[in-house]
Design a binder for this molecule. Structure first.
Ligand SMILES: CC(C)(COP(=O)(O)OP(=O)(O)OC[C@H]1O[C@@H](n2cnc3c(N)ncnc32)[C@H](O)[C@@H]1OP(=O)(O)O)[C@@H](O)C(=O)NCCC(=O)NCCS
Length: 175
């Protein structure tokens, strides 16, 4: 039977499993994500980062979730840059899934849950995302969740030592 996917707000106790995933997967993620400091590969560094994420949650600018597969932390899915003003009501989504749990639909289902939360709980109107032009798995996850590409931001993000273009994605959420 396929593993169940859930999301919940990140908490301090998630520091150890997240650090273990990030340390094991550092090389695999280098092409797709900004370089992580060595501190983020340790439980202490992740605990400090989780404190900062939860401060953003209290301030209303972020909704940082962990992704659970049958109750185990296998990744993160985050709403960031929340603009709640009535004329904007938009935010950006991002996610990663540990290499040990990829290709089982967790990212796609976690993003669906995050979009539901953005619509029902946060009252947002628009979701945005960006991917490396060649990150086909991430693009599949977005397409499966109703996102469409709307442009390219040039030389937009430093990845693995080189400035890379970003493909920009949008999804209008249900009213
Ligand atoms: C991108 C990522 C989150 C996907 O996680 P996942 O749980 O494996 O994703 P899912 O299983 O839900 O879906 C993966 C999709 O990519 C497809 N896929 C996998 N490898 C592929 C490839 N080389 N080319 C094309 N499609 C591919 C799968 O078939 C699936 O598509 P489907 O929905 O049509 O079946 C994960 O690979 C990851 O964390 N990568 C490193 C960090 C990263 O890229 N983060 C996102 C930055 S924008």
């Amino acid at each position: 039977m396929p593993a169940e996917t859930r999301i919940r707000l990140i908490e301090p106790a998630d520091a150890a499993p997240i650090a273990a995933h990030r340390a094991r997967d550092a090389a695999a993620f280098r092409r797709w994500e900004p370089a992580q400091s060595a501190a983020l590969l340790t439980p202490e560094g992740q605990a400090a980062r989780i404190d900062r994420l939860l401060a953003g949650h209290r301030a209303g600018t972020a909704w940082p979730a962990v992704v659970l597969a049958d109750g185990e932390v296998v990744g993160q899915a985050t709403v960031s840059g929340i603009l709640p003003q009535p004329h904007l009501r938009r935010a950006t989504v991002g996610y990663w899934i540990a290499t040990t749990a990829q290709q089982r639909g967790h990212a796609g289902r976690a993003l669906a849950l995050l979009l539901r939360l953005m619509t029902d709980d946060l009252g947002l109107h628009r979701a945005e995302a960006s991917t490396h032009l060649e990150n086909l798995p991430s693009q599949r996850v977005l397409r499966r969740n109703g996102f469409t590409p709307y442009g390219v931001a040039h030389s937009a993000i430093l990845l693995d030592g080189a400035w890379q273009d970003s493909l920009l994605w949008e999804r209008i959420l249900a009213e």
